[in-house]
Write a protein that binds this ligand. Structure first.
Ligand SMILES: Nc1ncnc2c1ncn2[C@@H]1O[C@H](COP(=O)(O)OP(=O)(O)O)[C@@H](O)[C@H]1O
Ligand SMILES: [Mg+2]
Length: 321
């Protein structure tokens, strides 16, 4: 396991969800001495607590796609997967980008003989689970390397493209995972087509650069075209403003543009520009590893809670006795 170590505490979860520390304390792993509100929380206990309060852990798949590179797909994927695991989702991140940036972020690049998606897609029943690396409590990774760029030639047949990612997800679901997160390359190759056929939600990260907005338009169009071609329902599409700098007028203008043209798709949660992302990446840590409060962790926490619908319904009166 990596230095992403889990940092959610009784007080942190209680504050984030607007619950009392007493309510949350029952989920404490009680592994450290000291005051109860500083105790770390085990994901399985958080899941039991939140499930009892109405949070839905039914299996789903969320992919980050934009035909433009460098705009936060990998940051969003690694942050979503890790934070979801903190909230008790048994999570698997499938790294499908031959660049392996998500694998690098988790400090889990594959060794030359380690299986990657290219090796497992045709026989996921046997190959997928042994290929997964555990990177944190409740968080697993299928790492990626350059060989995944050969998927395009290996999977030229549309029927294979339609089912390759789906078949792997079926294995994850059968193995008890709650969430699959897919980090995609910035292209319209086989991995992205197969992901579009399999995802429940496609999140398209954007920022103020015109190429990313063009990428947004193309990605939305392609999702519809691919689903029409295969005769399958399209996944839900969400747009994430993944790098917002309020000091720049262009950020404001871009936000206005998105509100005008993508009102139905735009997520209310916006990720602000922060140096925490590059600092965390340099240390192969996540933005959640720091005990210091920072906007990067706060913004991605809000994103994850709204995407996974982590809202707390008030306790029934009898629960308070
Ligand atoms: N909100 C942000 N503020 C500052 N830097 C960011 C932000 N989001 C991402 N980055 C940085 O931008 C770079 C590209 O992000 P990445 O997630 O790798 O994009 P993609 O996967 O789309 O290529 C990385 O160095 C990452 O740390
Ligand atoms: Mg990437």
């Amino acid at each position: 396991m990596t230095k992403n170590r889990y940092q959610m505490t009784v007080a942190g979860l209680a504050q984030t969800l607007g619950m009392s520390a007493v309510d949350v304390a029952s989920a404490s792993a009680k592994t450290e001495s000291g005051p109860i509100d500083k105790q770390p929380l085990a994901p399985a206990n958080v899941k039991a607590l939140l499930q009892a309060r109405g949070v839905d852990y039914r299996f789903r798949t969320i992919a980050h796609i934009n035909l433009r590179g460098g705009i936060g797909k990998t940051t969003a994927s690694t942050s979503l997967a890790l934070r979801a695991a903190h909230y008790g989702f048994q999570t698997c991140l499938l790294d499908l980008d031959p660049q392996g940036s998500a694998s690098l972020a988790y400090d889990a690049l594959p060794e030359p003989d380690d299986p990657i998606f290219y090796d497992v897609w045709s026989k996921p029943e046997d190959m997928l689970t042994p290929a997964l690396r555990q990177v944190d409590d409740s968080l697993y990774l299928l790492p990626s390397s350059l060989e995944n760029s050969m998927l395009d030639s290996a999977m030229a047949n549309p029927g294979l493209q339609k089912n390759a990612v789906r078949n792997s997800l079926a294995v994850l679901q059968a193995r008890g995972f709650d969430l699959a997160v897919i980090d995609c390359p910035p292209s319209l190759g086989t991995a992205v087509i197969s992901t579009i056929c399999a995802a429940d939600i496609v999140v398209i990260p954007v920022w103020s650069d015109p190429f990313s907005l063009k990428g947004l338009e193309l990605t939305v169009g392609e999702i519809q075209a691919i689903c029409d071609t295969f005769g399958i329902p399209a996944p839900a599409i969400r747009v994430l403003y993944a790098r917002y700098d309020r000091r720049e007028r262009i950020s404001e203008r871009t936000l206005d543009y998105l509100r005008q043209h993508y009102a139905d798709l735009l997520l209310p949660d916006i990720i602000r520009t922060s140096s925490e992302f590059s600092k965390a990446l340099a240390k192969r840590q996540s933005v959640f590893a720091s005990r210091r409060k920072n906007s990067a962790a706060d913004d991605y926490d809000s994103y994850v809670r709204s995407l996974l619908n982590i809202k707390i319904t008030p306790s029934k009166p009898e629960d308070l006795s």
